[in-house]
Design a protein around this ligand. Structure first.
Ligand code: AMP
Length: 543
């Protein structure tokens, strides 16, 4: 028997019109590419999105067309986030940190029809234009006064396009399963793979983030996504903030510790979201200034494991840490690390240990861990297995990529994350490693994340990575590669520090010092590059 409720679609434009009607005093603050700060309320943004929708149609763009963006976090990028899917087209966010080769692959694989590009990236696009479709329409995200002299064929000016339209536009009814967004994951192997979000998945994800983050996602609060709009929907902030009435504060291209501190301080940001690398920079700034930015109450750390030392540092300064885990393919939120009031009386050390885990599943996300045969393992905090996920905000396939799709899903349609995890009885997920990045020594797992976490707590370590190096007896042994924070780092002292926390067989066989670690396009340490670079490394014991 079917129920008798209205079958109205869940659409991205509904978030915008709700913000316009209900959250009139909130909006988007942007540190701009051209310089200076820009303020826009949600009603102002909604009106500009309607102009944009008309402009897109005037360019001949319509339902199903892929419209790409190559832009920092800012108000114009937000307008594209709503205007493009609003007319039934697909907002394809491109990560500017990808290699030129990968970008060429992505634009052609997606068959993009237009590319909206920030001033910063115009020279990059000029270099790559010969690899892009010949009929690609280029729109530069600036006003007439800042239009650059460019070799891009028939490049258009964004503000001129909007100025030529009025805002008399009604968002069309679409099916909720219509594609709304497209984001390629950088991947550490092979070609990038596209996650193709629907209007329904976007709205459900926004609701999920909104209810999970009630402390900061509400009117009167200001949220700073340092995590980019070009990577996994800025973790849902771009949709959850207008939905809940929080104001977004956008950093533009200014991502160093000092700039982030100044923006947060002057705009009274309460909640800031980003990867650990960003917080290393901010923490340095906090230490040198001797205080946290005014109003700073919460930091969401994800994308890579948040080091325990970093969590402790923030919490000691009164900033509550929410350690989150997710994936591009999951819209991206999977788990969040808030501690409920049940843990108020938990001893501080135990609370810190819990916060170092990746959190508990968000509403609509199901988790299972399985052994090598695909058999489900218990959620006892001990059994570690590959993590699979299922839910309406999770990709059901990769866009136009049968091989990658076939490799990623199990027979029941669960998505294999490639992460290895335990889940405890209270539901805390703990990522112990990545399936593709595992160290198996003498048949026993060593968690590179654990060793990295420990090493990060040593004063001589600014950043580090643990990789597996082939070993004749044990198959693989861990090597710790360190970016030192001092001029004369002492490997013996780091070894002694680790020995205090790890079993002897888990200790790295070698500690190497480097100036910098290679990064993937999303700013994570590229273990693949490191493993290749050190594939022939001779371990001291082997000699
Ligand atoms: P991406 O799709 O680029 O966001 O990458 C997702 C992957 O990043 C996950 O599968 C994990 O391997 C890793 N990741 C994300 N968040 C965390 C976290 N909090 N701790 C450890 N690894 C993480």
């Amino acid at each position: 028997m079917h129920g008798l409720m209205m079958d109205r679609p869940l659409l991205v434009a509904d978030i915008l019109t709700y913000a316009e009607d209900m959250h009139r005093a909130s909006g988007v603050v942007s540190s701009t590419v051209e310089g200076g700060r820009h303020y826009q309320s949600y009603p102002e943004m909604a009106a500009r999105c309607r102009r944009l929708a008309r402009a897109l149609r005037a360019l001949g763009l319509g339902p199903g067309d892929r419209v790409a963006t190559l832009a920092w976090n800012g108000y114009r990028h937000m307008e594209l986030y709503y205007g493009i899917p609003g007319i039934g087209a697909v907002c394809h966010t491109i990560n500017p940190r990808l290699s030129g080769e990968q970008m060429g692959y992505i634009v052609n694989h997606a068959a993009d029809r237009a590319l909206f590009v920030d001033l910063t990236f115009v020279p990059l696009v000029e270099k790559l234009a010969s690899q892009f479709p010949a009929d690609l329409t280029y729109v530069i995200l600036t006003d007439a006064a800042h239009m650059p002299d460019t070799s891009l064929a028939n490049a258009l000016c964004y503000e001129d396009l909007l100025a030529a339209q009025d805002d008399d536009f009604a968002w069309p009814d679409l099916e909720e399963t219509t594609a709304a967004g497209l984001c390629y994951t950088s991947g550490t192997t092979g070609n990038p793979k596209g996650a193709l979000y629907t209007h329904r998945s976007m709205v459900l994800h926004a609701l999920m983030v909104g209810i999970s983050m009630q402390g900061s996602m509400r009117p009167g609060q200001r949220v700073l996504p340092v995590v980019p709009l070009f990577h996994a929907n800025a973790w849902g902030t771009a949709h959850a903030a207008p939905l809940t009435g929080a104001t977004l504060v956008m950093p533009g291209p200014h991502l160093d510790g000092a700039a982030v501190f100044d923006l947060m301080h002057s705009e009274r940001v309460c909640s800031a979201w980003g990867v650990p690398t960003v917080w290393l920079g901010l923490m340095q700034e906090i230490r040198s200034r001797g205080s946290i930015p005014q109003g700073f109450a919460e930091v969401v750390i994800g994308g890579s494991a948040a080091p325990t030392a970093m969590i402790a540092d923030f919490e000691d300064r009164g900033v509550s840490v929410c350690h989150a885990w997710g994936m591009t393919e999951m819209s991206p939120i999977g788990t969040l690390g808030h501690l409920t009031p049940d843990y108020d009386d938990t001893p501080a050390a135990e609370r810190l240990a819990l916060k170092s885990k990746q959190g508990r599943r968000a509403f609509l996300v199901e988790l299972k861990i399985v052994d090598e045969d695909g058999t489900a393992l218990p959620h006892d905090g001990e059994a570690a297995g590959e993590l699979f996920v299922r839910g309406p905000t999770i990709a059901s396939a990769y866009y136009n990529d049968e091989a990658a799709t076939a490799a990623a899903f199990d027979a029941e349609g669960w998505f294999g994350t490639g992460d290895v995890a335990t889940i405890c009885a209270q539901g805390f997920l703990s990522i112990t490693d990545r399936a593709k990045d595992l160290i198996k020594s003498g048949g026993e797992w060593i968690s590179s994340l654990d060793v990295e976490n420990m090493a990060m707590a040593h004063g001589h370590v600014a950043n580090c990575a643990v990789i597996a190096v082939p070993h004749p007896k044990w198959d693989e042994r861990p090597v710790l590669i360190v970016v030192p924070s001092v001029d004369d780092p002492d490997p013996d002292s780091i070894r002694a520090h680790l020995a205090g926390h790890l079993a002897k067989w888990q200790l790295p066989d070698d500690i190497l010092f480097v100036e910098a670690l290679p990064l993937t396009a999303t700013g994570k340490v590229s273990k693949l590059t490191l493993r290749r670079a050190y594939a022939d490394h001779r371990l001291p014991q082997t000699d």
